[in-house]
Design a protein around this ligand. Structure first.
Ligand code: HEM
Length: 511
């Protein structure tokens, strides 16, 4: 920090490549030692040497660049005040439409009560402080989630919370603001949407998505109570990791086409599992695989611990390898019969039982990520100057934004309504009445994501195709939104499910 008062005149005198200062948002930056390291080159900095470069800077950079390089700042201009809002961990975004309506200062909601608001604040701060920095790093270098973050989440019951409401939360005081017994699907929506704000799609799945879709099967269907408690404790405490291994190269949704076999040993004490699985999220580092197998009279689900004969290799997909997506091979793996989940040959129901929750989580996520893309576009359009005016001043751009905002708000409203219904229905009622609507919402919200990604890239131009800099989030969304359209049931299958379920409940008489 400089000790003498900083004035615009003093800054103007530091206008040479070897002595280069400039002003950004009323703050003075000494760029003399940074000129040669600047990713945008030295020439552009020399062009603004000694001047107020605020407009030029925000036309090309994200605010986070200034936070990263804060050491270059030597002080604030005497008598002036910075105007740019720098968010603190936990803050809501001041950008219109960047938060769902219920979260805005003026926002009311028939659904969200004080405990939802309290939980939202706690999780936002946690994500800003601990999840986002790691997520950005891992998304980039493709390495896996740290044990430190897993431990931190486990300590705060966040792993258990992410399985949704249920008996596993009994007796817990979640983040000190919600009793486990009171945690409903609106709390669930809150936690899911807050975690997505780390804006790292591969890491988002790398952050225990495998556990979210597999441990439920163990809790609900494992017959041996002692083994169930042991495994649940290991996973909720973050000591062991679990994933769901159903899809194969041969078959995805078509379970009848699976080729992994589980054959009982003559003494009836074990199964011998042989086969392969593909696109197993988190498979690279998991200790347990909830695995779909063909048994002699049908389909069965087994909890397979990692052991000799289980091999995992990394599959590179469009998102980061931080998700740990694996090709899994079971080469004559011996599994005790106690590890069977549900009844032998009746495994379909075991797999089906978590579909609604999984898809609901995916809706929460893709709708929240779509909203962030809208926020990015609004910020960019307000910041970017082309043909002498801000992008937002172009009517064609405003049309695009209007469409994107409408998709997000409509989907969020539908999502909240479904979460409310889920909170007031038994598991059986949910299965009967909500499988279709959740399927339709997932299908529709990923179609919306398609529209939003398309418009966002057009708005950002080349930056929407560039993995660093201003368009980073838009580029990533455009590259990865298809994960939500494919995983957990494709758009077509889910749209069809929505209509078929409606027809099942159709009155018998002609209307
Ligand atoms: C404190 C001052 C500055 C810092 C720390 C800084 C840092 C950076 C960084 C990290 C990048 C890489 C892209 C990104 O992450 O956004 C970049 C790119 C760039 N910078 Fe700067 N910069 C500064 C000031 C300026 C100014 C004043 C100008 C121009 C007038 C400028 C022009 C550019 C250009 C043209 C690029 C390439 C951007 C693109 O292709 O989108 N920079 N800068």
């Amino acid at each position: 920090m400089s000790h003498s008062p900083l004035t615009r005149e003093t800054v103007a005198s530091h206008n040479k490549p070897s002595d280069l200062w400039c002003i950004i948002d009323h703050k003075v930056y000494d760029l003399s030692d940074f000129v040669d390291a600047h990713p945008g080159g030295s020439v552009v900095l020399e062009q603004v040497a000694g001047t107020d470069a605020t407009t030029a800077f925000y036309n090309l950079h994200r605010q986070e660049v200034l936070e990263k390089y804060s050491s270059l700042c030597i002080g604030t201009l005497s008598g002036e005040k910075p105007e740019v809002i720098v968010p603190k961990p936990g803050d809501l975004s001041p950008v219109p439409y960047a938060e769902p309506l219920w979260l805005r200062e003026e926002g009311k909601s028939p659904y969200f009560k004080e405990s939802h608001r309290k939980l939202q604040r706690k999780i936002r701060e946690f994500v800003d402080r601990y999840v986002s920095p790691e997520a950005m790093e891992k998304e980039k270098d493709g390495s896996y989630i740290s044990q430190e973050l897993i431990d931190r989440m486990a300590k705060n019951d966040m792993l258990a919370m992410r399985l949704g409401p249920g008996r596993h939360l009994r007796g817990k005081n979640l983040l000190g603001v919600v009793k486990g017994e009171e945690f409903d699907y609106l709390h669930d929506l809150v936690q899911a949407q807050e975690f997505v704000r780390a804006n790292s799609r591969g890491f988002q799945d790398g952050n225990m998505a495998g556990m979210m879709i597999s441990l439920t099967a163990v809790l609900q269907w494992m017959g041996n109570e002692e083994l169930k408690q042991k495994v649940a404790q290991e996973v909720f405490s973050g000591k062991k990791k679990m994933c769901l291994a159903i899809t194969e190269a041969f078959a995805g949704s078509d379970v009848a086409g699976l080729r992994t076999t589980a054959t009982k040993t003559p003494d009836g004490k074990h199964y011998i599992v042989r086969g392969t699985k593909k696109w197993t999220t988190n498979g690279m580092w998991c200790d347990y695989f909830v695995t779909g197998c063909r048994t002699d009279k049908g389909f069965s689900v087994l909890l397979i611990p990692r052991q000799d004969g289980v091999e995992t290799s990394l599959i590179k997909t469009s998102y980061s390898t931080a998700a740990g997506t694996a090709f899994v091979e079971f080469n004559d793996v011996k599994v005790p019969v106690e590890n069977l989940l549900g009844e032998e040959h009746k495994g379909f129901i075991v797999i089906m039982s978590n579909f609604n929750h999984e898809r609901f989580m995916m809706c929460c996520a893709v709708i929240r990520f779509s909203r962030t893309v809208v926020e990015e576009c609004l910020k960019w359009c307000n910041q970017r100057i082309v043909f002498g005016k801000k992008l937002i001043e172009q009517p064609a751009i405003r049309q695009k934004l209007a469409k994107m905002i409408s998709h997000v708000e409509a989907n969020q409203a539908w999502l909240e309504q479904i979460a409310y219904q889920m909170s007031h229905m038994s598991y059986a009622q949910q299965s009967k009445h909500l499988g279709g609507p959740i399927g339709l919402l997932k299908s529709f919200s990923t179609r919306s994501a398609h529209e939003i990604a398309d418009e966002a890239v057009n708005i950002f131009g080349g930056r929407g195709l560039t993995q660093t800099g201003m368009g980073r989030v838009v580029e990533q969304f455009h590259r990865t939104y298809k994960f939500d359209a494919i995983l957990g049931g494709t758009e077509e299958i889910l749209a069809d499910l929505g209509v078929r379920q409606a027809m099942k409940n159709f009155p018998k008489s002609m209307l």
